[in-house]
Design a protein around this ligand. Structure first.
Ligand code: P6P
Length: 339
């Protein structure tokens, strides 16, 4: 019989890297997996569960909220607030930090999440995902607050996403590599399917919403035009854009390539949120051998100033990201010489 390594076993094995571990973190990740399975069940039957369509409101970032956004948000909050591992949470769907109710124990971690990223696609049955980031609290017990949440990406103790795609995948890192698990619905367990993912150093895919082309600065335009030039050695790149960050990122992580959501005239700081989208994605990419930058600095070095602040995101295969940075610095890249 083939040995099937479950997520719980993998987390427990990783816990052994920390001799003084209390099992707190293992419990938290297991609870995140439980919430993910509940959401996967709801997403998979959305069309018949009466949870498609708009919820009739907008979130703090101005995005239209879908019924499944509300449902997924409630699942994460209800499962995790009682876990005893957290002292505070923050969600894309909540303008303010989410406190742990007084009748539940508080723990030493904070949890930031986008409960259902890409949900604008859900009515069209396109893949969506949940993204999360975990920090240790900085404040002493009883004094938790916004400063526990506004931490730079290099402070993350864990980052991950759940991809509700052709299969449901749980991908996470604790700084010991990026690992992928596929949900076996027959037993309700996430099974290790992609151990220690290594993203190709150079890809042939670029993922960007070219509808914004005219809004980009000239250097970004030149970079994307360069990728599209038929020039032998791997160009033109293939354009692949789903419009769902987790789905676009996951494909490029495995195949190689570059994802871009740059700043433009309408999105002066880009569109993606730092704390629960760009920073966790950056951690996962770097742990797989990739790179993630705002175009001016590594994403994980950005010091957050606001809970829902946005940053430009350029992430993926290291050689492709470095080439993009050369264009953004204004270097002249000879057309016939690879970047
Ligand atoms: P656009 C989904 O709304 C999202 O937040 C990300 O998942 C995705 O990468 C991006 O926005 C798509 O934005 O402007 O191309 O539709």
């Amino acid at each position: 019989m083939v040995r099937r390594f479950t997520l719980t076993e993998h987390i427990t094995q990783q816990q052994r890297e920390y001799p003084d571990a209390t099992g707190d973190f293992t419990g938290l990740l297991s609870d995140i997996a439980v919430a993910s399975k509940i959401i996967a069940h709801d997403v998979r039957r959305a069309g018949i569960g009466g949870v498609l369509g708009a919820a009739g409101s907008k979130n703090v970032s101005g995005d239209e909220v879908k019924r499944l956004d509300v449902l997924s948000n409630e699942v994460f909050i209800n499962v995790l607030e009682r876990s005893g591992h957290l002292c505070l949470m923050a969600s894309e769907e909540n303008e303010h930090p989410i406190s742990i109710p007084a009748d539940f124990p508080r723990g030493k971690y904070v949890f930031l999440f986008d409960p259902l990223d890409g949900s604008s696609n859900i009515d069209g049955n396109v893949s969506v995902g949940s993204i999360f980031s975990i920090f240790r609290r900085l404040s002493p017990p009883g004094e938790e607050g916004i400063d526990d949440l506004l931490q730079p990406g290099y402070n993350q103790v864990c980052a991950g996403y759940v991809l509700y795609g052709s299969s449901t995948m749980f991908v996470y890192t604790t700084g010991f590599g990026t690992h992928g698990f596929t949900l076996d619905p027959t037993v309700g367990e996430f099974i290790l399917s992609h151990e220690n993912i290594r993203t190709p150093q150079k890809g042939r895919i670029f993922s960007v919403n070219e509808g914004n082309f005219r809004r980009w600065n000239g250097r970004m335009r030149r970079f994307v035009e360069y990728l599209k030039e038929p020039a032998g050695e791997g160009r033109p790149y293939t354009g692949r854009y789903i419009g769902s960050l987790v789905a676009d990122f996951h494909r490029n992580l495995l195949y190689g390539g570059i994802f871009l959501y740059p700043e433009d005239e309408v999105h002066p700081s880009g569109k993606l949120r730092l704390l629960y989208e760009a920073a966790p994605i950056a951690f996962l990419a770097e742990q797989a051998g990739g790179m993630a930058t705002t175009g001016k600095m590594p994403v994980r070095e950005v010091e957050p100033t606001r809970l829902h602040m946005k940053v430009p995101l350029i992430v993926g295969s290291a050689e492709d990201v470095r080439l993009c940075l050369r264009f953004l610095r204004g270097e002249k890249i000879e057309p016939d010489r690879p970047g």
